[in-house]
Write a protein of this length. Structure first.
Length: 40
């Protein structure tokens, strides 16, 4: 008995979005202080 469930697909997309947003937030957080020091 096979069943095609859409759950894993949307869960995977949601998880990927969360990881990408987290990585972007970390990059912005760590880049901002360097930008500030470079301009001073």
């Amino acid at each position: 008995m096979t069943r095609t469930a859409p759950e894993p697909n949307w869960i995977q997309r949601l998880w990927t979005s969360v990881i990408e947003a987290s990585a972007a937030a970390v990059a912005v957080h760590y880049r901002a202080p360097w930008e500030g020091r470079a301009s001073r």
